[in-house]
Design a protein around this ligand. Structure first.
Ligand code: SF4
Length: 490
C-alpha cells in the first residue's frame, strides 16, 4: 500500500502536496517524500517516518514551483529502507523523471533480469525503479509515446503519478487494482489516491482515472489516452474493507457507507446468538423440562436464540461495519475498547515484532462496560489470527461472559500479489484452518464470516469489477514468479 499525490499549475504546489500526503498517511507510514519543479530545477525533500516527522515548515517552503508530486510508503516490494523512499528520480538525456507508484508489478523479476543482462544498474530493490528505466530507455520522440511504450511492458498493479520535466502524468493499469482520482483547485489539476486528499485542500472531485487510462497534465490543459486493450476489471475490494479512509470515495462509492452495508449483510447472514441458547442441546436449555427454558415462550429461549447484550467494534477498522450490524440486528451499539490514537495502524507495521507491540499499547478494554456481558465483536478481517487472539484475551480478562466475533469479509486464504502486504499462504490462518478451528485458536464462543456474495452485494457495483483473489484464489493475472517483498534484495 502507498498513497500518491500530484498537482500541476498551482503556486503552492508543494504545500498542497504536503497536505495531501497528510490526508493519505493511512496508506503508508514508513516514509514520505515530495518533489517539486519550478521550470528550471527539481527540488525534493524525503525521509523515513510520518509526513509530520519528515517535513517542517522550512522543508515545505524550500520546494518551490507549480508542479509537485508526493508519496507515502508502505513497503510491498523492497524493504523499508532509505534507498527505497519514493518519489524516485532519474535524470536522462531528455530531462528528469520522478515517479510515485502504488501497486505491485507481477512481471518484475523477468523485466529486471532482462534489463540487468543488458547493462542496467539498479539503485533500489523496488519494482517502481523498473518503470523509470523503461521511460528513460524509450527511443520515442514524443514523451506521451514514451509513457505508453514503457507502460505496455508492465503487468500487475500500478497507479502512478509521474513528473516528466514540466508535465504531470497520471496512470492506472488496465485492470484498475489501485485507485486514483482527479480533482481541481484554483484552476490547478490534482491527482490523488483517495478523495480525502482532495477534501483537505478544498479541491473539487472531477472523476476517477479509469483503468488503462493515462492523463498528461500541463499547466492549463489535460489530455487523456486509453492506449491498451480492455482487460477484466479488478478493483481491489480490500480498499473498501480495510485500507481506504471511510470519508473517501473509492472507485466512485463512499467507503463509510460501504462498510455499513457490509456490517448489515453480515448481521443478516450470521446473526449473533448467545451461548445461553443452542436449541435443545444447550446446557441452559435441556428441552421443555428445564427450568431455564419452558418451551418457546421462555424468556431465556425464544425460539432460535437469545440476542447478545451489545455489538462493539474493534476500533477503528471495525467501527462502521459494527454500526451497520447493530442497526440491522436491532441490538445496541456500544464502545467496549478505547483506542490510543497516538499509535499507528497495527497491520501497517512492517514487522511482526512491531505489530505485537502495537496491539498491546493500542487498545484498552473498558472493564465496567464489558463485565458479565455477552458481546458481539465486529472486525473487518482476520489475517494471521494472532492479533485477534490477543484482543479477545484482553476482552475476556476485562470480564466479558461471552465473546462472539463477526467478520465483515470472507476468510482470507490466499496471498495478494497486487500491492497489499499479506503474509504467505502458510501464515494466513484461514488457509489451513476451518472456521471452527480459527474460533478455537482465537478463543471465541462463536465466529462468523461474511460470505463472498454478501460482500460483493454491499459494493453496489457490478460483481465482476472486483479483484477477490485473496478470498477465492481467482487471480486476474498470475504472477510470473513467486513474488515476495524482498524478491529484489541482494
Ligand atoms: S488479492 Fe485481495 S488485497 Fe490483493 S488486490 Fe485482490 S482483493 Fe485486493
Amino acid at each position: 500500500m502507498c498513497g500518491i499525490f500530484g498537482i500541476s499549475g498551482h503556486k503552492d504546489a508543494a504545500r498542497l502536496a504536503y497536505l495531501g500526503l497528510y490526508a493519505l498517511q493511512h496508506r503508508g507510514e514508513e516514509s514520505a517524500g515530495i518533489f517539486a519543479y519550478d521550470g528550471r530545477k527539481v527540488r525534493y525533500h524525503k525521509g523515513m517516518g510520518l509526513v509530520g516527522e519528515v517535513f517542517d515548515e522550512g522543508a515545505v517552503r524550500s520546494l518551490c514551483g507549480s508542479l509537485a508530486i508526493g508519496h507515502v510508503r508502505y513497503s510491498t516490494t523492497g524493504s523499508s529502507h532509505v534507498s527505497n523512499i519514493q518519489p524516485f528520480l532519474v535524470s536522462h538525456i531528455r530531462g528528469h523523471i520522478a515517479i510515485a507508484h502504488n501497486g505491485n508489478l507481477t512481471n518484475v523479476l523477468g523485466l529486471r533480469q532482462s534489463m540487468e543482462e543488458k547493462g542496467s544498474i539498479f539503485q533500489t530493490s523496488m519494482d517502481s525503479e523498473i518503470i523509470a528505466h523503461l521511460l528513460a530507455r524509450s527511443n520515442k520522440k514524443d514523451y506521451k509515446e514514451s509513457v505508453v511504450w514503457a507502460l505496455s511492458h508492465l503487468e500487475g498493479a500500478y497507479s502512478l503519478v509521474l513528473m516528466m520535466n514540466d508535465v504531470l502524468v497520471g496512470a492506472r493499469d488496465p485492470h484498475g487494482w489501485r485507485p486514483l482520482c482527479l480533482g481541481r483547485v484554483d484552476g490547478a489539476y490534482v491527482l490523488a489516491s483517495e478523495t480525502c486528499a482532495l477534501d483537505l485542500i478544498r479541491a473539487k472531485y472531477v472523476r476517477e482515472i479509469e483503468p488503462g487510462e493515462i492523463v498528461f497534465i500541463t499547466k492549463d490543459s489535460i489530455k487523456s489516452v486509453k492506449p491498451f486493450p480492455k482487460k477484466r476489471q479488478a478493483m481491489c475490494i480490500f480498499e473498501y474493507i480495510y485500507f481506504a479512509r471511510p470519508d473517501s470515495n473509492i472507485f466512485g462509492k463512499n467507503v463509510y457507507l460501504t462498510r455499513r452495508r457490509l456490517g448489515a449483510n453480515l448481521a443478516r447472514e450470521c446473526p449473533a446468538k448467545s451461548r445461553a441458547c443452542r436449541g435443545a442441546k444447550s446446557r441452559a436449555c435441556r428441552g421443555a423440562k428445564s427450568r431455564a427454558c419452558r418451551g418457546a415462550k421462555s424468556r431465556v429461549h425464544r425460539g432460535a436464540g437469545k440476542k447478545c447484550d451489545f455489538i462493539m467494534p474493534i476500533p477503528d477498522s471495525g467501527n462502521y461495519a459494527a454500526l451497520g450490524f447493530a442497526k440491522a440486528a436491532k441490538i445496541p451499539y456500544e464502545v467496549g475498547i478505547i483506542r490510543n490514537h497516538y499509535i499507528g495502524r497495527t497491520f501497517i507495521q512492517p514487522s511482526q515484532y512491531l505489530r505485537d507491540f502495537s496491539v498491546k499499547v493500542k487498545l484498552n478494554p473498558i472493564k465496567d462496560v464489558l463485565k458479565g456481558k455477552r458481546i458481539v465483536v465486529v472486525e473487518d478481517s482476520i489475517v494471521r489470527g494472532t492479533t485477534s487472539r490477543s484482543r479477545v484475551k484482553a476482552i475476556r480478562e476485562a470480564g466479558a461472559k461471552e465473546i462472539h466475533m463477526r467478520i465483515s469479509s470472507p476468510p482470507i486464504k490466499f496471498p495478494c500479489y497486487y500491492g497489499i502486504d499479506f503474509p504467505t499462504k502458510k501464515e494466513l490462518i484461514a488457509s489451513n484452518r476451518s472456521v471452527s478451528q480459527i474460533k478455537d485458536f482465537i478463543g471465541l464462543d462463536s465466529l462468523g464470516y461474511l460470505s463472498l456474495d454478501g460482500m460483493l452485494k454491499a459494493m453496489l457495483l457490478p460483481k465482476n469489477s472486483f479483484c477477490t483473489a485473496c478470498f477465492n484464489g481467482d487471480y486476474p493475472v498470475k504472477p510470473s514468479a513467486k513474488l515476495a517483498k524482498n524478491l529484489l534484495e541482494r
